[in-house]
Design a protein around this ligand. Structure first.
Ligand code: 8YV
Length: 312
């Protein structure tokens, strides 16, 4: 008898194929009656496959009495109730490392796009304005100071990319990292005052909720840029939108939002923002690698071996 898995969200097709071949899979997002599906399968489901966007709340975890493992697609696990998983002795795994480079790439792309006004340049050419007018000058990246909020794997990968552009790096986080050569701040407002770019790369969740608040944004000032590739929850979004609308900061590159897939209406008409639909890890290669890790964690657990990338 194949192990029964509850799956909350689709995965890349090659991964789906293997999942369906090796397990009996209940596809929650396709169920016309979610609760009925959970009730019917709850006594048999031993694995939950979810993502860093969908997660698993207490109600779902508690509805599955035989649950042993939550294998999540994504590095962030903020929408998974970790406390509940611990109480229930459910293993939680995520997909770190394999997506670090792509997310760091998107961070640099967003930063350069907003500073160099790439979307506007593209429109300028397409709309036939080039023969008639000169494209306005933009902002140089080299020589700027970047303050990274959260110097974890992704933050460090961004630092490694930014340095060769001539960017000076400093960081804010819960603790100083003595093995890294960058200046540390234990106060986010103080760092925002000293930098040109606030690069948000920390985990989401309660500990970082709203830490980039109105005070931090004001400290960054009207020459400052915000880039967020982490979670919308880290930023007080209304304060950021207000600062952008009023020109209190220079611009923002945003891949994540408070209420995805909904983006604040006010941002849509602004010239000083570049918006992407949470695609940091969104390449064929990386999504496949993430999916493989989801499968490997499940296979390890149900094969009686330690999982590869355990959160708790
Ligand atoms: C994924 C992410 O797109 O890894 C994360 O935490 O936010 C992204 O890589 C997401 O988890 C999948 O929905």
């Amino acid at each position: 008898m194949a192990v029964e898995i509850l799956q909350t969200t689709p995965l890349p097709p090659v991964i789906e194929e293997i999942l369906q071949r090796d397990y009996t899979v209940h596809r929650l997002w396709q169920a016309s009656d979610r609760n009925a599906l959970i009730r019917e399968a709850s006594g048999r489901v031993r694995g939950l496959v979810t993502s860093g966007s969908v997660g698993a709340d207490r109600a779902l975890i508690e509805a599955l009495p035989r649950l042993e493992i939550i294998s999540s697609f994504g590095v962030g696990y903020d929408p998974i109730d970790i406390a509940c998983a611990k109480e229930r002795k459910v293993i939680v795994t995520n997909t770190p490392d394999v997506l670090t480079d792509d997310v760091a790439d998107i961070a640099m792309v967003l930063l350069l796009s907003v500073m160099r006004r790439i979307p506007q340049g593209d429109q300028f050419v397409r709309q036939g304005q080039w023969p008639k007018a000169k494209f306005p000058l933009t902002e140089k990246l080299g020589g700027k100071v970047m303050g990274i909020v959260g110097l974890g794997r992704i933050g460090q990968a961004i630092a490694r990319r930014a340095e060769p552009f001539g960017v000076e790096i400093c960081y804010f986080g819960p603790r100083r990292k003595n093995d890294l050569p960058y200046r540390y701040y234990d106060n986010l407002t103080a760092m925002a005052k000293d930098v040109d770019i606030l690069m948000i790369a920390c985990p989401g969740g309660r500990e970082t909720e709203g830490i980039v608040n109105a005070e931090v944004i004001a400290a960054l000032g009207d020459k400052g840029y915000v880039v967020n590739i982490a979670r919308g929850s880290v930023v007080e979004e209304p304060a950021l939108v207000k600062a952008l609308v009023e020109g209190k900061i220079a611009g923002a590159g945003l891949d994540v939002f408070a209420d995805e897939p909904h983006v604040p209406e006010a941002l849509l008409s602004l010239e000083n923002v570049v918006l992407t639909p949470h695609v940091g890890s969104g390449t064929h290669q990386t999504r496949r690698a993430m999916g493989e890790l989801v499968l490997q964690n499940l296979a390890a657990h149900f094969g009686g071996r330690p999982v590869l990338t355990r959160v708790v």
